[in-house]
Design a protein around this ligand. Sequence first.
Ligand code: ATP
Length: 430
Amino acid sequence: MVNLDVIVSLAKRRGFLWRSSDIYGGLSGAWDFGPMGVELARNIKQLWWKKFIQERDDMYGIDASILMNARTWEASGHIEGFHDPLVECKKCKRRFRADQAQDQCPECGGALTKERQFNMMFETRVGAVEDSASITYLRPETAQGMFVNFKNILDAFHPLIPFGIGQTGKAFRNEITPKDFIFRIREFEQMEIEYFVREKEWETYFNHWKSEMWAWIENIGLARSRVHELEVPSNERAHYSRRTIDFEYDFPFGRQELYGLAYRADFDLRQHSKASGVELQYFNEGSGERFYPHVIEPTFGVERTVLALLCDAYKEDVLGGDARVYLALKPHLAPVQAAVFPLLRNNKSLVSKARAVYKDIKKAVPQMMWDDNGNIGKRYRRQDEIGTPWCITIDHQTLDDDTVTIRDRDSGEQKRVHIHEVSLFIKEEK
Ligand code: ATP
């Protein structure tokens, strides 16, 4: 497995990820996506949306606000229970999650204070009045947006059970020790589903979503052998969960949670019914039955997906006698799908032909890059490092017969194709 520093450096050099507000020394637990990172992250989110919302008839997509009425977090149990155990070093004053520091400070060896509970929600104030009623929180999970909109979905669409609500969006957690690049951060994005079922069917749908999550892992191209299911023991589960499976990935810093699958029972709908006074039972008009549906929750982190993909796709080999680095990303996720090069940047006919080919292919393949900087070898190396599956070169022969070379990222092999076939080739291959 590749060293994490190698990934961090490649991500910075090639415009995937930068420290937030870097010129001011950064902000712990916050990262910015650069032009390559944002394309990769968007491809992941779009694929997720297509697969889990658009292609299914039993799913409803929403986009709930990040700021919610604070009573949401009382009812969900987050104000009371969204804690991590915190210890502080008496000598250097650094703070750690209790399970990450045993007896002595891992930094200076100093003695630690007693464990206390630290709530991980970011508190903020809404409006100009500074009283306790104005306090709310940046959401620590997107899930509650689905529960508070449950009745809206029922009223507007009258779905038959089972059905689900899904969304992608930012979540914020004041993690005690953000670390391991973008693995544990304070501002991140989740892709979550709340799937509502009858109690007696919970296990069937738990298994259904487990296999859907494996299918997703396959879709994005992570090596199956590096992903492992962990049955989370009851004393380690979240307060709402009756069963949880973590999907763990072999990151360079160890085996850690990538995704989660939880059985939340009817905890949330009951809690919100009680707290809001709004009835959130499901009513079946045909049979007259009324009940609180049970919930299966598959949850995916965007940044952890990006990190796992960068680590998984990272390859080094020797091609044509030269050592190189490339990202073997699946073409449909690669930030750039194809790059177009004029063989020589100072040859007018080659450049204008290449521009025309570039413009033409861009109509069908939007994620394209133009590159005429440095020699061809350098351009290939740059594209390899961002995972571009195909490089298209316009050379002297193109001027005679309208054919170009297409070079394959993984094998380095080139073939000649007519310019009219290029878009089709790319579409078929990805
Ligand atoms: P961990 O045990 O690693 O703190 P968790 O069990 O608290 O994670 P969940 O509450 O299940 O995580 O969150 C759902 C998903 O959101 C996780 O599977 C992960 O992909 C992502 N996630 C959670 N916390 C973070 C974080 N601090 N940084 C980046 N992604 C996160």
